[in-house]
Design a protein around this ligand. Sequence first.
Ligand SMILES: CC(=O)[C@@H](O)[C@H](O)COP(=O)(O)O
Ligand SMILES: NCC(=O)COP(=O)(O)O
Length: 263
Amino acid sequence: MNPLVASEAHAGALLTVLSVNLNKVALLRNSRHLGIPSVTRMATLALEAGAQGITVHPRPDERHIRSHDVTDLDALLKAWPHIDYNIEGNPFHNLMDVIRAVRPHQATFVPDSVGQFTSDHGWTFPDDAERLAPLIAQCHELGVRVSLFMDPIPEMMRAAREVGADRIELYTEAYASAWGTPQQTAVLARYTAAAEAALAVGLGINAGHDLNRDNLTDFLAAVPGVQEVSIGHALTADALELGFPATIRAYLACIQRAHARQG
Ligand SMILES: CC(=O)[C@@H](O)[C@H](O)COP(=O)(O)O
Ligand SMILES: NCC(=O)COP(=O)(O)O
């Protein structure tokens, strides 16, 4: 375990970080050769409005985030030293080259195939342990925290910790699909159990995928110890309606309401 990274489960008082995923800003930008909307401009607006993190997922096909976006954001964030830079991807594809080049605060390992429509599953243990361990160690040697994208399966959390992960990111699509239906409570209980299992072995907890202004507060009020939510698709859609600064403030308010409910 990287001595630079203490047990993430005890990282002090918790205020869940809002990490804005800029994938969909880049997707719209790429549909013309005009450079708008600007990824770095939207990042600046998000940070000025109070977001505490930036997330990008530079997929191998560069459908949205491109390699220059990663370095442009790295340059921008030099002026924002306390902002967490989170870069997602498959470490067996292009992610490790990006991590070595940029050394972000966090690398989130996601087991996506190259042409996958979107992220839709987490790592599997013990199957993935042996091949993941050396890449996690390489990130730690670079001073980069590692989060593993995981389905909410409590039985897999010990193995995730033993392979060297600092955090896991709970894949929240199943919760988002169940929100507002009779299945919401039962599905949320699965996430709570997975989070408790992760905390019990010293893992920090992130969460993301299909979180939005409607479902975010209920999730954070129920699931213990969530240090970071990374949100992009719904947030970008909301920004088309509300504007980026107001949207960021709305998501921060959702987080505040959840913490108020937790007491
Ligand atoms: C890992 C995850 O759930 C998302 O962060 C991912 O970045 C979504 O990718 P797309 O934005 O390409 O759908
Ligand atoms: N890790 C989740 C993320 O970064 C954004 O997911 P989404 O909000 O675009 O579904």
